[in-house]
Design a protein around this ligand. Structure first.
Ligand code: F0G
Length: 453
């Protein structure tokens, strides 16, 4: 295995607003001139002739699938020619990526979209898409010889960071909003040994404190403003296109929270087109929960000219974010790919989650906004019959079992303003039945279920 620097992976940092190209990033990963976000770019990819041969890259990446080398077995590092250079001795990998692409036959029937698939990023080592960015950014912290790494999180980033920090022998500091993340996610960061601080604020409040902390203490920031995170997360799109034999789908639909993931997937699509790995761009659409919809409002109400921060509220706690850091990056890829934004209600999210579940594919509430959004994009005519669609499922069902159990017991919306609207989800509910321990009772339950099916 080698990760030697080649012409392809010569990368530079650039500010997305003022185009300054600093040699290195400040602790908060913001441009020291204008304060906006930084991104990596690869000067060789737009040169003539381009530095990379697309056919050779495709076959090199495929050939690594049979390798026994740890980095080749990672669905992120396998695509390292598409990433900035990090020497192999600093790479921290849990064999992330390599996530399945599933057909969703029942959801396909329900939406009328025959060619409907889901790329399940919840099948990563810590059960969310964050691992693809974290392997790469944690490795860059290791390369920078940092003792401490830190993030603010709604739960998945922290779980992922804590795992990779532990693997790389680094300490990790987690700032999470108290009471607003699921137990599954919190338990992960505890088990992986993070210093876990539950702050009496929301996600956006945690971000503010973390930004101040990194200016005072030598801790390495692992939120998605860190451009290494975005680079690692790009690989989900490359792997998806490889799984589709490099034939782009018409649409890719992602949930939007802090908007790092949509930015990463969009960046990968644009770069794959620049490198001639693909010839046409899928439309990348971004779905938000109605109670946490600052980006939806930015696009629909202000034409993307500004983003008004809000106090966010949704039971899809992963995307309970009112001031998304990467909104300008996301806007750029939305416009470049011709995608759309949508917002979905709490009841629509819960119903979509159960529908994906009924296809045998569990996901967490934030992931289910993709299917709920697809239904709306179908109704508006943006997604047309006969088009192909890939939903990006970002987290595993077991991340938030509480939500699922409450939904199936019929308790999720009790006492909330959505109680009446939620009545329509009754047919999707499968509450557990408590029976006496005798055969007759079980047979009666079976017969009743048979009659209702
Ligand atoms: N889906 C899940 C399951 C998430 O955990 C997140 C974000 C998103 C979607 C949205 O992705 O922020 O890149 O737009 N979770 C972060 C966290 C914020 O801290 O775990 P995004």
């Amino acid at each position: 295995m080698s990760t030697t620097q080649t012409a392809e992976t010569v990368s530079r940092l650039r500010c997305i607003a003022c185009a300054a190209t600093p040699d290195s990033a400040a602790q908060d990963f913001r441009c020291t001139l204008c304060g906006d976000l930084l991104e990596f770019f690869f000067p060789g990819w737009t040169s003539t002739p381009p530095a990379a041969d697309p056919a050779a890259l495709k076959s090199l990446w495929l050939s690594r699938c049979t390798s026994r080398d740890a980095l080749d077995q990672s669905g992120v590092w396998r695509f390292r020619e598409f990433l900035p250079h990090i020497p192999a001795e600093h790479a921290i990998t849990l064999r992330e990526g390599n996530t399945p692409l599933y057909r969703l036959p029942r959801c396909a029937r329900a939406t009328g979209i025959e060619n409907l698939q889901a790329k399940h990023q919840g099948m990563n080592p810590t059960a969310s898409f964050k691992d693809t960015g974290m392997t790469f950014a944690a490795s860059s912290a290791h390369q920078g010889k940092f003792k401490w790494v830190a993030c603010a999180s709604t739960g998945n980033t922290s779980a992922s960071m804590a795992a990779y920090a532990a693997r790389g022998n680094m300490h990790s500091l987690v700032l999470i909003p108290e009471g607003k993340i699921s137990w599954g996610k919190l338990s992960q960061s505890l088990d992986y040994g993070a210093l876990t601080c539950q702050l009496r604020t929301d996600f956006d409040g945690c971000v503010r404190i973390l930004n101040e902390l990194v200016r005072q203490k030598p801790v390495y920031l692992l939120n998605s403003v860190n451009p290494y995170r975005i680079e690692g997360q790009k690989t989900a799109a490359i792997e998806l296109l490889e799984q589709l034999a490099w034939e782009p789908p018409d649409h890719i639909i992602v949930p939007g929270g802090n908007l790092g993931n949509s930015s990463a997937i969009g960046k990968a699509l644009l770069e794959m087109r620049d490198l001639k790995l693909i010839w046409r761009l899928p439309k990348l659409s971004i779905i938000q929960a109605q109670g946490a919809n600052p980006f939806y409002r930015s696009v629909r109400e202000f034409g993307g000219k500004k983003l008004e921060a809000m106090t966010a509220d949704t039971m899809a706690t992963a995307i309970r974010i009112g001031n998304p850091a990467s909104w300008k990056k996301a806007l750029r890829v939305l416009q470049a790919t011709g995608g759309e934004v949508e917002q979905v209600t709490e009841v629509e999210i819960a119903a979509a989650k159960a529908e994906i579940g009924a296809d045998g594919i569990g996901c967490e509430p934030a992931s289910a906004v993709t299917l709920a959004g697809l239904k709306k994009l179908r109704r508006s005519g943006f997604v047309k019959l006969g088009e192909s669609v890939v939903l990006i499922l970002t987290g595993h069902l077991l991340k938030d079992p509480d939500f699922t159990i409450k939904f199936h017991r019929g308790d999720l919306f009790t006492g909330t303003p959505q109680e009446t609207e939620a009545a329509q989800t009754k047919p999707l509910q499968r509450a557990p039945v408590v029976l006496d321990a005798n055969l007759g009772a079980v047979i009666a339950a079976l017969d009743a279920a048979e009659r209702n099916s």
